[in-house]
Design a protein around this ligand. Structure first.
Ligand code: KIV
Length: 267
């Protein structure tokens, strides 16, 4: 368990048939907790737009904001692989910009890999980033940066044509040299087929149990974010409830003059 998780180790986990665990992290304290609990990958996701910034979607998140959060996560982890999500506009405009921006995550923030949303159309970009020595995680299916094209956060790949397009996207990501790929919001049988066809690990979110690993947004799985809960999210805790209870206790004790007591005061 103590061994540092590396990109080659993530590849070997698929070969050994070991499931890969990933959670999002956006700050030092959470990174420490998740890392010490033993999660394999900390993904600094642009989902922070929703759960940290309170935005409607991930599109307003900037590269500088992502780098800021990635730095904090890197300081908090010892073992897990840190993957930084490249935000909207940081990799789509040109291959040159994508290369420079991916490099910033490693040079300035200490990330070990970057994630990009897209498939066939990103083949050249992923290849170019990988050629720089930067490991890339792909992301296909329901890619949140394309929310307006999809007309909402809808499961992708239900129709035959869409299904084939997602399979081609996943194959392109592998061909481009990515070390893994996130499969988001697709039918489980499609995720199973992609997982079988690819030699790189698939990390599922709303893609069923057959993926090589699973990722969730940490605020969702801990019950911290309740604005909306997709069907695929399992709540492993109710931290919102725990926090609300603690804050209410604090308010009551302060109002009643019970806090601070002797134990928490100086003489
Ligand atoms: O931004 C994010 O957190 C993600 C994961 C949910 C895969 O892309």
């Amino acid at each position: 368990m103590a061994e540092k998780v590396t990109v080659p180790e993530i590849s070997r986990m698929k070969q050994r048939g070991e499931k890969i665990t990933a959670l999002t992290a956006y700050d030092y304290s959470f990174a420490r907790i998740l890392d010490e609990a033993g999660v394999d990958i900390l993904l600094v996701g642009d989902s922070l737009g929703s759960v940290i910034q309170g935005q409607q979607n991930t599109l307003p998140v900037t590269l500088d904001e992502m780098i800021y959060h990635t730095k904090a996560v890197v300081r908090g982890r010892k073992r897990a692989l840190v993957v930084a999500d490249m935000p909207f506009l940081s990799f789509q405009v040109s291959v040159e910009e994508a290369k420079r921006n991916a490099g910033r995550f490693l040079q300035e923030a200490g990330a070990e890999a970057v994630k990009v949303e897209g498939g066939v159309q990103l083949l050249e970009t992923i290849e170019a980033i990988v050629r720089m020595g930067i490991p890339v995680m792909g992301h296909v299916g329901l890619t949140p940066q394309s929310v307006h094209r999809f007309g909402g956060y809808k499961v992708q790949g239900k129709e035959k044509q869409e299904r084939e397009a997602i399979l081609q996207d996943a194959l392109a990501v592998e061909e481009a040299g990515a070390f893994s790929v996130v499969l988001e919001g697709i039918p489980m049988d499609l995720a199973q087929e992609i997982t079988r066809r690819l030699s790189i690990p698939t990390i599922g979110i709303g893609a069923g149990v057959q993926c090589d690993g699973q990722v969730l947004v940490v605020h969702d799985m801990l019950g911290l974010f309740d604005m909306y809960t997709p069907k695929f999210v399992k709540r492993y805790a109710d931290l919102r409830g725990v926090m609300t209870g603690a804050v209410k206790n604090f308010i009551t004790e302060v109002r009643e003059g019970k806090f601070p007591d002797e134990e928490h005061s100086f003489h």
